[in-house]
Design a protein around this ligand. Structure first.
Ligand code: NAI
Length: 345
């Protein structure tokens, strides 16, 4: 039997390194730097699967093209799947994902951003490199005793909560599906906005919570609130965020994700003029830290991503039960009957 062939889009050096190591020549993987779009779909001609990441846009047209070319599987090498039209894919092409690769990586990055921001490490680092040892303007505040509002108490949110508790912070949380018996103090979103000194986002992006941070919700927040977003950019309306910072309502923002990141993040634009004025304004602010969707990027996570993605592909083509299949009709494994040859359809 011919080797299963996979077109791997948006490939970075670190992806290739971990997949080459994990694959050990099992499958033929064609690595492409370009993202998967209507225009680049044809690169998947003759392939059995495509492997994609957070900023590949898997819309109806892309799905139709893949199906026409007889590609049978979309293997997401990430957890979130808001970039895939899953409802349209149902019945046409299967989707698998990596539900967890290192929740620690993301939660630890969220705390790293918070500490960097409030203790002004990003400023101090640049100062001392220039032999400027002045402390003026570097005053921070203790995390101990502060209230952190955590939105989304799944794998990452809970680890972030544990880290915060280690710092002696008071934790309150909002989740659409609160975890009973978890010992977490759940509150309404309104209460969370009003009581939190720091707010950290760890929920998926859905139509319902897009721009949950907007002019109206910012108005409810405490003056000086610190926002940390390692989840998905569009949870925050970036223009309202700029306004909130300009009005001194928001004390600091730590952003690992950004609504319009897909054409910018992961690329080197250091010799270019970036067109996005909102992002440029945010980056120019001394109390904003932006990282380029980097929270997942640890050795452990990359190894888990490669291993799980290749296992998902093996499971699919060997017709086994796959717990990592994405299906809008199967919100959880328990509710999925998987009665169609052990796959979602
Ligand atoms: P998870 O599925 O374990 O937890 C998500 C939690 O959010 C669940 O408890 C769920 O009930 C809750 N939730 C669902 N809809 C909600 C809503 N409308 N409002 C509030 N809560 C809601 O997911 P996990 O692994 O903890 O990941 C969380 C998010 O982190 C992902 O959706 C993804 O967007 C983001 N992420 C970011 C990465 C990065 O590198 N920056 C890497 C991995 C994930």
């Amino acid at each position: 039997m011919d080797k299963i062939r996979i077109a791997f889009f948006d490939a970075k050096d670190y992806d290739k390194a971990s997949f080459i190591k994990s694959n050990e020549d099992r499958y033929q993987i064609d690595y492409y730097e370009t993202r998967l779009t209507e225009d680049t779909c044809r690169l998947a001609e003759g392939c059995d699967a495509v492997c994609v990441f957070v900023n590949d846009d898997i819309n109806k047209e892309v799905i139709d093209r893949l199906v026409e070319m007889k590609v049978r599987l979309i293997a997401l090498r990430c957890a979130g799947y808001n970039n895939v039209d899953v409802a349209y894919a149902y019945g046409r092409i299967h989707i698998v994902r990596v539900p967890a690769y290192s929740p620690y990586a993301v939660a630890e990055h969220a705390m790293a951003l918070l500490l960097t921001s409030i203790r002004r490490i990003h400023k101090a680092y640049i100062r001392t490199r220039d032999f400027n040892f002045s402390l003026n303007g570097l005053t921070g505040f203790d995390l101990h005793g502060k209230t952190v509002g955590v939105i989304g108490t799944g794998k990452i949110g809970r680890i972030f909560i544990d880290i915060c508790r280690g710092f002696g912070m008071n934790v309150i949380a909002y989740d659409k599906f609160p975890a009973e018996g978890s010992g977490i103090e759940y509150v309404s979103l309104d209460e969370l906005w009003e009581r939190s000194d720091i707010i950290s986002f760890h929920c998926p992006l859905t139509d319902e919570n897009r721009h949950m941070v907007n002019g109206e919700t910012i108005a409810r927040m405490k003056k000086g609130v610190v926002l940390i977003n390692t989840s998905r950019g569009a949870l925050i309306d970036a223009e309202s965020l700029v306004e909130g910072i300009k009005q001194r309502k928001i004390g600091a923002a730590c952003l690992d994700v950004y609504e319009e990141e897909s054409n910018i993040f992961f690329h080197d634009y250091s010799n270019h003029i970036v067109d996005d004025d909102t992002l440029a304004r945010l980056i120019s602010m001394p109390n904003v830290i932006v990282t380029s969707h980097q929270a997942f990027l640890t050795e452990e996570a990359l190894t888990n991503i490669a291993d799980t993605t290749l296992d998902n592909i093996a499971g699919f083509f060997e017709n086994e039960y796959s717990i990592n299949e994405v299906c809008y009709k199967c919100p959880s494994v328990n509710e999925c009957k998987q009665d169609h040859k052990k796959k979602c359809f």
